[in-house]
Write a new protein. Structure first.
Length: 88
């Protein structure tokens, strides 16, 4: 499982997690990508987490280096082959 830094907390978290499995304390949690909010949180060292409901939305969110993790409600989305989806 690939991991990313959880903002400036020093913690590493799964890049894709099922909603409810990750401690989100202190994180900015977004339902969609919001450039201004993401940039502001990142500049503060605050973790950014984005919810996604499709494979395309997961890949789009992970293209942003500021995003610490993507939350999904469908466990199948946590098992995506992200390398294949990104480079095929």
């Amino acid at each position: 499982m690939r991991q990313r830094w959880f903002g400036a907390t020093g913690r590493r978290v799964p890049q894709v997690a099922v909603d409810g499995e990750l401690d989100l304390e202190g994180a900015l949690v977004l339902d969609s990508l919001d450039d201004a909010a993401i940039r502001a949180a990142f500049d503060e060292g605050r973790p950014v987490v984005v919810r996604a409901d499709s494979a395309d939305a997961v890949v789009e969110a992970l293209r942003r280096p500021e995003v610490s993790s993507v939350l999904v409600s469908d466990p199948k989305l946590a098992e995506l082959d992200l390398v294949r989806l990104t480079y095929d």
